[in-house]
Each structure stands twice: as structure tokens, then as C-alpha cells.
Design a protein around this ligand. Structure first.
Ligand code: FAD
Length: 376
């Protein structure tokens, strides 16, 4: 059997799992996805794809469709809490001068676009299903699924996210995700007409991000170093969110007036994770948040997942045996992933320090983003 006859079971239908299915299918392998959630809707509100991840979407054949449904951005406006502009920061662009440095879109939109491509490539997706038991042999793995069916695949890709049960089972020495000290509030709103640029407002221990999306919508995020990791009680969520928004001027009061229901607000404690290689055991390899979870300070977690998938597809296309493929994947990806996670965490820690913003934050952001131009 040549490697391109390999069949791959992918665990998880998030960005990493779907991108892996697309990349492996393009390399000629047959794949199938099992996704635990019965409806596979993405968590969260909006997402930004940076320039190097956009380059990865070119390799996945998704770039033009992403540009068609996303909103391109070239700069970030830094603004004081009262609405006073501070600076307009150009963003790193690793692609051509006509390509946007980053694109914002609804999470749902990215999910649907990738799910359409998975479907177009003929990859079966079983929702509400996962692995019940797996038995690796020399050149295959026998799997029993929770829907009662059994199958044999050449190997498994685990893309089951930050709280990966595959990681817990197969890499028992791997660290667990850790709380960064910040939590995040997220919401979607109508975008004020005059708000055209991605805008970041700095209010001491609070940071507000306003990301215009297509169709007059807005993705709002609010980083919070005061609230702690516990989800506030439901009856207090909306009030606490609005209290925090009230610390900001500029467009914030107009946007805040559109929130009257707790269902509009998402809250999450920010965690991070870096798993040192190996990222495989038996005939299962791990990608995406399952091995490198980042805080969103560089908006790069899904970007890393997309890049993992591109490298996976490239290695699979070279006809490598599983062990070598898995080892080379982690070797190619670990340093880059660690750099993004550690820089994001450092930015988070600086934001938690009392006093004015740390003057080194701009340089760290610029250097880390510039480094993403390196080939993956
Ligand atoms: C607040 C916040 C903002 C962010 N903003 C950005 C951004 O702007 N840009 C960016 O690039 N990244 C961003 N990220 C990061 C990004 O969301 C993640 O890095 C990305 O979703 C990781 O993709 P994944 O497929 O590895 O994991 P997930 O997205 O977690 O997907 C895992 C999938 O596996 C499924 N699953 C779990 N367990 C099992 C199981 N046992 N069997 C089968 N299926 C299973 C889950 O249901 C899920 O569908 C942000 C993250 C956060 C928290």
C-alpha cells in the first residue's frame, strides 16, 4: 500500500479538523471526520485571519472564498478609553501588496465555508460521534465509534481542541491548559456607520476591540483582567458586561445601547497550552489547539491550526510512513506555535500589570507578526 492509499479518521470538526480534511483530500488521501457535537456550530462570535494564515488558505484553495465573505483590514486604530485616537498601526502583510494583512468575519461564516469545501471534497462527517475505543497495529488502527460502527483507518488525526481527551489519553505527560489571568467578553452588534477600522481601545485592566464585519455587523471583544476565570451568574452577566463597556467612550455607548439580552453575550476565561513534541502516540497524531492553545492577543490560534493542516497535507503527499510524518509535522510546527503562544501570553501578562501600557508590547507584537512571514 502506498501512503496515498492511506485512509485517515479525523477527530473534531473545528478549524483544525476541517482544514486537515481539506489538505489531506487535496493530497489524495481519503478521510472521514467524527465530531462530538450534534450540530457542529462554532463557539464564539467573530474571527480574524492574519496574513500568514491567509497564505495557508491559499494552499487549501479557500483564499478567494474567504476574501469574498470576509472584511479586509489594513490597520488597527489604537484609541484611549475616552475615544481619543492614539495611533493607526499598519499590520504585517506576508502576501502581495493587493492582499489584505488580515480579514475579519463571523465564525459561522468561516465554519460554513470550510464545511462546504469538506462536503465538496466528499469527506463524510459524522456528527454527535466520537471514538469509543481504538486499537493500533503496525500499519492501521481499528476503531470502534460511539454510534456502534467499527472501522479500520491507516491513522488518526486528533483535532479535538484545547480540552482534547485524546491528548489526555495518549500523551499523559502533556501539560494541561492554564488560565492566563484574563477573561474575555464577546458579542455581535450592529456596526456604527462611521466605524470603518478595526479599533482597539485601552482602558487600564480592560481592552475593547471593535472589529467591523461584512454586512454592517460588528464583532466586539472585551479583555478583562479583573473578573477572574469563573463565568458570572447568568442573571448578572449582562449587567457586568455593560458596566465594563461603560468605561469606554467613542463608539462604545452607541454600541452598548444595542445590548438588552444576556444571550447576546459570550464569556470565556482565556487559557494557553504548549505541548512539547512528540505530538503523536500509537497511530494518532494531534494538531491545532489540542497541542498549542493561544490567548487571542495576536489573533492567531485558528491560523496555527490552518497552518498545521497545510504542513500535514504536504507531508502526507510525500508518501512518508506514519511515524516519520508525525515526527516531521511536530518538528516543523512546534517552534512557530510556541513563539505565537508565548508572545500572546506575554502581551496578556503585560496587560494585567497596573499602570500605562507596557512600552515593549508594540515591539513584541511587530517582531512576532513579522516572523510569521517565514515559510511554515
Ligand atoms: C476569545 C478567543 C478569540 C479568538 N480569536 C481568534 C482570532 O481572531 N483568530 C484566530 O486565528 N484564532 C482565534 N482564536 C483561536 C481559535 O478559536 C482556535 O485556535 C481554533 O478554534 C482552534 O481550532 P481547533 O479545531 O484546533 O479546535 P476547536 O475550534 O476547539 O475545535 C475542536 C472541535 O473538536 C470537537 N471535539 C472535541 N472533543 C471531541 C471528541 N472527543 N470527539 C470528536 N470531536 C470532538 C469540538 O466539538 C470542536 O468542534 C480565538 C480563541 C479565543 C478563545
Amino acid at each position: 500500500m502506498t501512503e496515498n492509499d492511506d485512509t485517515v479518521l479525523i477527530v473534531g470538526g473545528g478549524p483544525a479538523g476541517m482544514a486537515a480534511a481539506i489538505a489531506l483530500s487535496r493530497a489524495g488521501l481519503r478521510c472521514e471526520i467524527v465530531e462530538l457535537a450534534p450540530d457542529a456550530r462554532p463557539g464564539g462570535v467573530g474571527i480574524a485571519l492574519q496574513s500568514a494564515p491567509l497564505r495557508a488558505t491559499m494552499a487549501l484553495g479557500l483564499y478567494d472564498r474567504i476574501l469574498a465573505v470576509g472584511r479586509p483590514h489594513r490597520t488597527i486604530d489604537m484609541v484611549r478609553a475616552d475615544g481619543t485616537p492614539v495611533a493607526e498601526l499598519p499590520q504585517v502583510n506576508v502576501n502581495g501588496p493587493e492582499d489584505p494583512p488580515f480579514v475579519g468575519m463571523a465564525r459561522e461564516t468561516l465554519h460554513e465555508l470550510m464545511a462546504d469545501e469538506v462536503h465538496r471534497l466528499g469527506v463524510p462527517v459524522r456528527l454527535g460521534t466520537t471514538i469509543a475505543a481504538s486499537t493500533p497495529a503496525d500499519d492501521h488502527v481499528d476503531v470502534e465509534l460511539t454510534d456502534g460502527t467499527r472501522g479500520r483507518w491507516s491513522w488518526i488525526v486528533a483535532a479535538d481542541g484545547l480540552h482534547s481527551t485524546t491528548r489526555a489519553r495518549l500523551l499523559p505527560g502533556a501539560p494541561d491548559p492554564q488560565y492566563s489571568g484574563q477573561s474575555i467578553w464577546r458579542a455581535e452588534a450592529a456596526c456604527p456607520e462611521r466605524l470603518e477600522h478595526y479599533t482597539m481601545m485601552i482602558g487600564g485592566p480592560l481592552r475593547l476591540g471593535l472589529v467591523p464585519l461584512p454586512g454592517g455587523r460588528l464583532y466586539l471583544w472585551l479583555l478583562d483582567a479583573l473578573v477572574g476565570p469563573e463565568r458570572p451568574p447568568r442573571d448578572r452577566m449582562l449587567g457586568m458586561f455593560l458596566e465594563r463597556l461603560a468605561a469606554f467612550g467613542g463608539f462604545a455607548p452607541e454600541i452598548a445601547a444595542g445590548f438588552d439580552d444576556v444571550a447576546q453575550v459570550d464569556f470565556r476565561a482565556l487559557q494557553w497550552l504548549v505541548v512539547p513534541p512528540p505530538w503523536h502516540a500509537g497511530r494518532t497524531l494531534l494538531i491545532g489547539d489540542a497541542v498549542h492553545g493561544t490567548t487571542p492577543h495576536l489573533a492567531y490560534g485558528a491560523g496555527l491550526a490552518l497552518e498545521d493542516a497545510v504542513v500535514l497535507g504536504e507531508l502526507a503527499g510525500q508518501g512518508l510512513a506514519f511515524e516519520e510524518l508525525a515526527a516531521r509535522l511536530a518538528e516543523r510546527r512546534f517552534a512557530r506555535a510556541r513563539r505565537i503562544v508565548e508572545a500572546s501570553l506575554q502581551l496578556s501578562r503585560w496587560e494585567q500589570e497596573p499602570g500605562p501600557p507596557n512600552p515593549e508590547a508594540g515591539a513584541l507584537t511587530a517582531a512576532t507578526m513579522a516572523s510569521t512571514a517565514e515559510p511554515i
